[in-house]
Design a protein around this ligand. Structure first.
Ligand code: GLV
Length: 375
């Protein structure tokens, strides 16, 4: 057996990507966080601090990891987080990730900044099993200054068969990512933002910039004046459920609920935006309370073990989004690597459920936490 946990995938990917200065800058882009990377580290550490409560003499001989998000059936409570530029990790890019997600019976959230067009990613989910489960690709949207471009992306996502729209709201400006500045992070010429290609927007980073090309792109292109009233405009464009990604406090969860949002993702963008923001698991409870069963709540950031998934569900998340480990699997072994990453996490969650006396995802609640962590 080559890899037994997700952490080993990171080590192997790091080694592989250290082969050249270019691939080292890709590793830094994926692995790095904002500024001193305090939030990046805290996302992980906070999970380690939480203790689970083993339960004994419970019949756990039959366990199911199946659940649903927005009425779409998934085989495990783990979705693939939106991540940009996957062709930098592997030449098959987003298609490999999509195939692995589909094979694992889950959903991939395709990034606006993908290096494969959303229509091509969506086709991977165009099969009977996915259709019967009501699940497909979800499209992650950034709001561009050019409203018509933004509207066009939404219309294309609907036409392509996206089954939800995920608006990332935590990047009105890009976080200060020292590693990318130091590396002058740029896209090689063959890697383009395919959703934008030929659509009037910019499919590459601006020319002639030093420092992070992505920061220059975001600061040129994304609409930093987008507010809650624009969420109403966005919801008016589509019947698709709208999910907001990047909510980190009860106040914003309450506003999301008022504005008819179907779900929120508790996310600090993997520690890549505001450094010294709290770890996501540490604010999950206040957001679940604010959502008050009117919106689903998902979480990302720092999830590396099946025990982490169980903890997130115990605090009220309906599912988790898995980010960097997917890129590590992709970098190491393409589709097979991503599939193995999902299989390892599924197996770890299954074992954890058995040891905590849980037989179904719906049955998981804060009673699986050691007493002092219960809410
Ligand atoms: C893009 O969304 C990034 O976080 O780099």
């Amino acid at each position: 057996m080559d890899f037994v946990n997700l952490l080993e995938y990171e080590t192997a990917a790091k080694e592989k990507l250290s082969a050249s200065a270019l691939s080292q800058s890709v590793y830094d882009y994926y692995a790095g966080g904002a500024a001193d990377e305090i939030t990046l580290k805290d996302n992980r550490r906070s999970y380690d601090r939480i203790q689970l409560k083993p339960r004994v003499l419970v019949d756990v001989s039959r366990r199911s990891l199946a659940t649903s998000v927005l009425d779409q059936q998934i085989a495990l409570p783990v979705l693939i987080a939106p991540m940009a530029f996957q062709a930098l990790a592997h030449s098959d890019g987003e298609l490999a990730t999509a195939r692995a997600a589909n094979a694992a019976g889950t959903i991939m959230i395709a990034s606006t900044l993908a290096t494969t067009a959303m229509e091509d990613i969506a086709k991977v989910f165009d099969n009977d099993l996915a259709k019967e489960s009501g699940r497909g690709m979800w499209f992650q949207l950034y709001a561009y200054k050019d409203r018509e471009l933004t509207r066009g992306l939404v219309e294309r996502a609907v036409a392509a068969g996206s089954s939800a729209l995920v608006l990332t709201v935590d990047a009105p400006v890009q976080g200060k990512r020292d590693r990318d500045m130091r590396n002058n992070f740029q896209l090689p010429a063959h890697v383009q933002i395919k959703n934008l290609l030929g659509k009037g927007g910019s499919a590459t980073f601006p020319d002639g910039e030093t420092g992070s090309g992505l920061a220059a792109y975001i600061n040129n292109e994304f609409d930093s004046s987008f507010t809650w009233k624009d969420i109403e405009w966005l919801c008016s464009l589509t019947e698709l459920p709208v999910v907001i990604k990047g909510v980190m406090c009860a106040e914003d969860a309450l506003l999301a609920k008022e504005h008819g949002v179907a779900a929120v993702v508790v996310s600090n963008h993997g520690g890549r935006q505001l450094d010294t923001a709290p770890a996501t698991i540490d604010v999950l409870t206040e957001i679940v309370d604010a959502a008050d069963d009117k919106m689903e709540v998902y979480i990302d950031g720092g999830i590396r073990r099946g025990t982490d998934v169980l903890k997130a569900l115990a605090y009220g998340a309906k599912a988790v989004l898995l980010g960097r480990p997917v890129l590590w699997g992709l970098a190491v072994d393409g589709e097979r690597g991503v599939k193995n990453v999902l299989d390892i996490l599924r197996n770890e969650l299954d074992i954890t459920m058995g040891l905590c006396g849980c037989t179904s995802i719906e049955g998981i609640n804060s009673s699986v936490l050691a007493s002092r962590f219960m809410v």
